[in-house]
Design a protein around this ligand. Structure first.
Ligand SMILES: Cc1cc2nc3c(=O)[nH]c(=O)nc-3n(C[C@H](O)[C@H](O)[C@H](O)COP(=O)(O)O)c2cc1C
Length: 397
């Protein structure tokens, strides 16, 4: 029977499935529900010290459905971080830990570019017993106007400085959550890891405009006739998330978990941060989706929109599916296959070369030429030797 248990940055989780920061972790009631349903960990909705500066609007979501089924494949939100007072969160964090002392509760935090604010936020969250932090450097809408969220995450220097402030005071693991709205996601990630963060998480939502209403001629979601670009999530973002997680894992682990990478030594794949963790996010709704992110190097896999579409029971189904995948391949633990797929990425030039070699080998085999020692056959030995002679036509004259 395979084991789904993961130990990441000293946190012992029953499975790699983590509630991603957002509506599914927005108060004690729903967080307790997530633990009851067996989620490996919960990251609460992002909190800041002064919730009075946070004002949400409605509607704030827009969905993209597949054309032929009614399946939800894309989700845009213009939701801000938590609008609930920090003092209420302190009480609730305490109560959740009392009720679920073994549950891994991660506080997602965000503040303005002021050291005293970040230090206060970290110290007060730690005092009420949360198990780890995720620093939200990635919210793409609303908060960048206050130089928060993605505005910080897009500037590796500022991000590194803030991570430094946090790591000076935090005594529990710290993950930095990356925005995908950058050209090279490894640059801010490197800054976070250099500043002492135990891990990185990626991706947050992708800046998007969901669509334009062809009757009203206005963009959606429309609030009093107007809109703003929002954050895109759900199934549709998974390929982009996989690519970004691949880039992060390649930078951190080289060829996957620091294991040797046969067949691929032309790539600069030395891992820079083998001892740090990677939490993958983006469009996960099944055990198979999660397996792909783990094959790409992630220890944990977060789900946000998937819970909004399918509910909290998703954890149980995903555990069954991941276990079935592991049984099929004979993997006993998550570490058995983590990062395995990284070794199969190469350069385009190498793809061309591999294809040329494969075609040449196929041609040679077709002509009956032995290209591998295993192909020699006792009954055809003389014929096979003959076919390997250079300039055979001339030689035969
Ligand atoms: C409605 C909504 C609200 C979100 N709020 C937060 C938030 O407060 N903090 C945060 O770090 N990420 C937030 N996210 C981003 C998610 O945690 C996640 O990074 C993103 O949606 C991609 O994963 P998914 O496809 O599983 O949703 C939010 C996402 C959605 C859909």
């Amino acid at each position: 029977m395979p084991s789904l248990r993961v130990t990441v940055d000293g946190l012992d989780l029953p499975n790699p499935f983590v509630i991603g920061s957002g509506p599914p972790g927005t108060n004690a009631n729903v967080i307790n529900k997530a633990f009851d349903e067996g989620w490996g960990a919960v990251i609460a909705k992002t909190v800041s010290l002064d919730a009075s500066k946070v004002t949400n609007v409605a509607p704030r979501y827009a969905r993209m459905r597949a054309q032929n089924s009614k399946e939800v494949i894309g989700w845009q939100n213009i939701e801000l971080i938590s609008d609930r007072p920090f003092e209420v969160w302190e009480e609730e964090f305490k109560k959740i830990k009392d009720k679920h002392p073994d549950g891994c509760l991660i506080a997602s935090v965000m503040e303005e570019y002021r050291k005293d604010a970040w230090v206060e936020l970290i110290e007060r969250c730690e005092a009420v017993g949360v198990d780890a932090f995720e620093l939200n450097f990635s919210c793409p809408h609303g908060l960048p106007e206050r130089k928060m969220g993605a505005a910080m995450g897009q500037d590796p220097d500022i991000l590194g400085e803030v991570c430094g402030w946090v790591n000076e005071v935090a005594t529990i693991p710290v993950w930095a959550k990356m925005t995908p709205n950058v050209t090279h996601i490894v640059d801010p990630a490197r800054a976070a890891l250099r500043a002492g963060c135990e891990g990185v998480a990626a991706i947050n939502t992708i800046l998007s405009v969901m669509g334009v209403n062809l009757e009203t001629l206005r963009p959606e979601p429309t609030v009093e006739g107007y809109s703003v670009p929002g954050g895109y999530s759900c199934k549709a973002v998974r390929p982009i998330a996989l690519r970004m997680v691949m880039e992060l894992a390649t930078m951190m682990y080289g060829g996957g978990s620091g294991k040797p990478v046969p067949d691929n030594d032309e790539l600069p794949i030395k891992g820079e941060y083998l001892d740090r963790s990677l939490s993958a996010i983006g469009g996960v709704e099944s055990g198979e989706d999660a397996a792909q992110f783990i094959l790409m190097g992630a220890q944990t896999v977060q789900v946000c929109t998937g819970v909004m579409v399918h509910g909290y029971k998703l954890a149980g189904r995903m555990c069954d599916e991941l276990e079935a995948f592991m049984t099929q391949h004979g993997f006993e633990s998550i570490e058995d296959f983590r990062g395995h797929a990284l070794r199969y990425f190469t350069t385009h030039a190498s793809l061309v070369e591999r294809q040329r070699d494969a075609k040449a080998a196929e041609k040679a085999a077709h002509a009956g030429m032995v290209t591998k020692d295993t192909a020699w056959e006792g009954d055809k030995f003389v014929e096979q030797s003959d076919k390997l002679v250079a300039n055979k036509d001339k030689d035969d004259d």
